[in-house]
Design a protein around this ligand. Structure first.
Ligand code: C6P
Length: 420
């Protein structure tokens, strides 16, 4: 394979996506770390924020700050309108049928816990089975294990092959009359695998089994259409798609949300409270107890506006180019092994060296200004499947460049020199 720098010279960019212009929208990227230009390749953990989002957050606190759904005064009405406008932006972003199907939560983790506790505790019972996959993040394992303990259900796991792809035939075998729920990631955070969720939903629905898709790593990379996927629930976090931390979304089909009890009790999720009985609010407020992350919701709306102004096809082809370029360049390094070689992948590359710990690699990379994640990526079973304690993970976003991948490759070379 050609060296990274050679590929860079030989193959001009295939699209007209102006990445330098995009980079100017993200002020944090201009800084130096340890005297080197920051190369931020830890987007799977959290993405950076465009100025448009930062300004909306500032503006909210400087000009609009007020509680929502409660006040009769001007500021409260403005804050409520901005928050509800953000809900509509999210609805359009994932193509949900109605705003009532968009529940603001803290993030993917809370969304999955909500479904496990509300739907799961109501509709699952002893002997029932829940299917997840071998590539799940802990957030899509532990809530189901907790539910299994509570209702005495059983967790079944779809295996994956050595490339990090789910074995769909095994999934078919696992689906049976005891299956009462399926919950799978759309994109693996540790491997980058894009999972054929539409096909998997179809197979589950043939048996009347509802499906939750964990979209945490999908929304920054793929055009998500919940109606096309056909899933019953779709969970994601704002902070991985250029929005603020502390806010995320649970999309749920209203037919299911309607029959689910609230997850938490408190203000805003009620229509009438007496000491004898409480009547719950309508959707989606039934699931939104307490004062929400108002600025976060509005900021997430701004992140969606930002993405909507870009051409999705160009963003996709830029990210595909980065992934192909990085895969080629890293594969050239002697002793480096990429974990996760699925045919369909989003912008994530996990790699290991047999005699070098991922944390040591990550530390040297940091000295070179290159930010990656090293560890188990909250997906310990994935590490166990591949027999490694940890990987070094580079995860890309739309503002990354081939030059940054060259810097990554150079820094990995330095780590190899340092640790012999
Ligand atoms: N993965 C990573 O570095 P929260 O923390 O709720 O925003 O997202 C949880 C989560 C759920 N599912 C998947 C597939 C994820 O990747 C994550 C978060 C980060 O890979 C932080 S551990």
């Amino acid at each position: 394979m050609k060296a990274a720098q050679e590929i860079s010279k030989l193959e001009p960019r295939r699209n007209r996506f102006d990445v330098e212009q995009v980079r100017k929208d993200f002020p944090i990227l201009a800084q130096k770390v340890h005297g080197k230009p920051l190369v931020y390749l830890d987007n799977g953990a959290t993405s950076q924020k465009p100025r448009a989002v930062i300004e909306v957050l500032n503006h909210y606190y400087a000009e609009q700050n007020s509680n929502i759904h409660r006040g009769v005064h001007h500021l409260s009405e403005r804050a409520t309108a901005a928050y509800e406008a953000a809900r509509e932006k999210v609805r359009r972003f994932v193509n949900a049928r109605r705003e009532q199907e968009i529940v603001f939560v803290r993030g993917t983790t809370e969304a999955i816990n909500l479904v496990a506790q509300s739907y799961g505790r109501t509709f699952l019972k002893e002997g029932d089975e829940i299917i997840i996959s071998a590539m799940e993040h802990h957030s899509n394992i532990v809530p189901w294990q907790m539910l299994c303990e509570q209702v005495h259900a059983r967790l079944r796991v779809i295996p994956m092959n050595h490339d990090g792809e789910l074995v769909i035939d095994e999934y078919r075998q696992l689906l049976n009359e005891k299956t009462k729920f399926v919950s799978v990631a759309h994109v693996s955070n540790a491997l980058g695998t894009i999972v054929p969720v539409k096909e998997m939903v179809k197979l589950a629905h043939e048996r009347g089994v509802p499906v939750l898709v964990d979209g945490a790593q999908a929304v920054p990379h793929l055009k998500v259409d919940v109606q096309d996927i056909g899933c019953d629930f779709y969970a994601f976090s704002g902070h991985k798609m250029f929005g603020p931390t502390g806010v995320g979304i649970l999309y749920g089909r209203s037919e299911l949300l309607d029959v689910m009890p609230p997850y938490q009790g408190g203000g805003d999720m009620i229509s009438l409270v007496t000491f004898e009985k409480t009547h719950y609010n309508v959707l989606p407020y039934k699931f939104e107890a307490g004062t929400p992350h108002i600025a976060g919701g509005i900021g997430l709306g701004a992140a969606i506006d930002y993405l909507a102004a870009l051409h999705w096809e160009q963003v996709s082809s830029h990210e595909d180019d980065l992934l192909a370029y990085a895969t080629g360049a890293l594969s050239d390094i002697e002793g480096l092994r990429i974990i996760g070689n699925a045919k369909e992948k989003a912008g994530v590359i996990s790699f290991v060296f047999d005699h070098l710990h991922a944390h040591d690699v990550g530390t040297i990379l940091d000295q070179e200004g290159v930010a990656v994640r090293a560890g188990h990526h909250c997906a310990m079973p994935v590490m166990q499947r591949f027999g490694v304690p940890a990987t070094t993970r580079a995860s890309f976003a739309l503002y990354n460049t081939r030059e940054e991948i060259d810097a990554l490759v150079k820094a990995v070379g330095k780590a190899l020199k340092v640790f012999g």
